[in-house]
Design a protein around this ligand. Structure first.
Ligand SMILES: O=CCCC(=O)O
Length: 461
């Protein structure tokens, strides 16, 4: 795939980039190693000053970078501005909290005594240069939620971003440099995916994080495993959205629409499978279909647009194939289902009912604004349908029955359970999944500690 900005709203190639040559790649790896030697010895206060500055600069640049993101991957510009604001918030949060999250820990005095020590501490030390392989869907946020904790922990970052968001990738390198992080602390590598293995095997790279598809995660984890390097993987999701009879149906349907079509339906934590108790299925389906049909679709630069184009022609073709497969096998189209006759990679908000396990869409991630609706006879069946997926990222449940909430929290196979709301990541809460959605956690204290050398310091009498 060429490294290029191609506007998904028109299909026009606006800017292309050459991949880094071997010499420049080597220079950047060396710069990362050099930068780490100094950066690891800086204080939390020094890092925090730069991170706050980066957040302030990002706030100043919000209009500009939002338009760049929209041009590169097609998200509605209002959502792009919200993404930039969320990144600044996360940067401030890690600037404010990193020191306390990575403070030395003291084991219980009885255990210290039992070991024969006079004192023991556990210290979180940085690992070194970390490679981040990141996707285009939240081109700022996916990177910042790695970079903010990594830099605050004393690590340095090398970004291999998706090939269709090069301007956003270069902006991020420039942002951290302008904020005062030393040369080499955060670098963008304009390279194709074929060059990732070489970088990952380089002894100067100590760990890797990847957000993206399952095949990409498997490939990076295989190489990292061979090199015995730590990885965090945040892969696909096909999150369930369960609606029980006690739910506020109007609110559940309204949030369900947003949860499905956020980011033009291209979010790992978008709700994708709507599992509705049979007593309220028809009422929910009617409200949900009306909401999906009423969405304003069109030019993502238009302030009023709620759903823009998909990011690529291939992405739209994949989605169309999933829908065609389902319809051929008996799914009912409640709304949408046909691409509009216009330039750009648009696909309408679509809802499918009568979905069965024989259909590909039952097991695969629909990365676009396509919802599947399921009828469940009771809570047990709702849980069974929800868990009948290779993925386990997040989940959403709508009920006002506390016993049901306990059951969902106990039984849903997912990294998060959101009750009476839609999944939304927050800097203070761990984010990540189980099953084919990956492993490890981003954000919160758990995220910042993923790329630390957790060091036991034992001191004799
Ligand atoms: O694509 C998944 C990430 C979405 C988010 O963190 O809000």
């Amino acid at each position: 795939m060429p490294i290029a900005t191609v506007n998904p709203a028109t299909g026009e190639t606006l800017k292309t980039y050459d991949a880094l040559g071997a010499e420049e790649l080597e220079r950047r790896l060396a710069a990362a190693e050099t930068a780490f030697r100094t950066h690891r010895t800086t204080t939390f206060a020094e890092r925090a000053l730069r991170m706050h500055k980066a957040a302030d600069l990002l706030d100043e640049d919000q209009q500009h970078i939002a338009r760049v993101m929209t041009t590169e991957m097609g998200k509605p510009v209002r959502q792009a501005r919200a993404e930039a604001a969320k990144c600044a918030k996360a940067m401030h949060w890690y600037a404010d909290h990193a020191e306390e999250l990575l403070a030395d820990e003291e084991p219980a005095s009885q255990d210290v005594k039992d070991s024969g020590a006079s004192w023991v501490i556990v210290r979180y030390r940085p690992l070194g240069p970390v490679l981040a392989v990141m996707p285009w869907n939240f081109p700022l946020w996916q990177v910042v939620r790695f970079a903010a904790p990594a830099l605050m922990a004393g690590n340095v970052g090398l970004l291999k971003h998706a090939s269709n968001v090069p301007q956003t990738a270069l902006y991020l390198e420039d942002l951290y440099r302008r904020a005062g992080f030393a040369e080499g602390c955060f670098q963008t590598l304009l390279i194709g995916s074929g060059a990732v293995e070489k970088v990952l095997r380089d002894p100067r790279i100590k760990a890797a994080t990847l957000t993206g598809s399952e095949p990409a995660g498997r490939a990076v984890a295989a190489v990292a495993g061979d090199e015995v390097k730590k990885t965090v993987l945040e892969l696909g999701g096909s999150d369930p959205f369960v609606v029980m009879p006690s739910a506020d149906l109007d609110r559940a349907a309204e949030v369900a629409v947003t949860a499905r079509v956020q980011n033009n339906g291209q979010s790992c934590i978008a709700a994708k499978r709507f599992i509705v108790h049979t007593d309220v299925f028809d009422a929910f389906a009617e409200r949900f279909t009306a909401g999906m049909t009423a969405l304003r679709t069109g030019d993502p630069m238009d302030e009023e647009t709620e759903v823009g184009p998909l990011s690529s022609e291939r992405g739209r073709a994949d989605l169309e194939e999933l829908v065609a497969d389902a319809v051929e096998s008996g799914a009912t189209v409640l709304c949408g289902g046909e691409r509009p006759a216009r330039p750009g990679w648009y696909y309408p908000p679509t809802a499918l009912a009568d979905v069965t396990p024989e259909m590909r869409i039952h097991h695969e991630e629909a990365f676009g604004p396509v919802a599947t609706l399921y009828r469940a006879a009771d809570l047990d069946e709702a849980v069974a349908i929800a868990n009948d997926s290779p993925f386990g990222l997040s989940s959403n449940v709508w009920t006002h029955n506390g016993i049901e909430v306990d059951r969902f929290v106990r039984d849903l196979e997912a990294g998060c359970v959101y009750v009476n709301g839609m999944t939304a990541s927050h800097p203070a809460f761990p984010f990540g999944g189980v099953k084919r959605s990956g492993y490890g956690r981003e954000l919160s204290g758990h995220g910042i500690r993923e790329f630390c050398n957790i060091t036991t310091v034992w001191h004799g009498a």
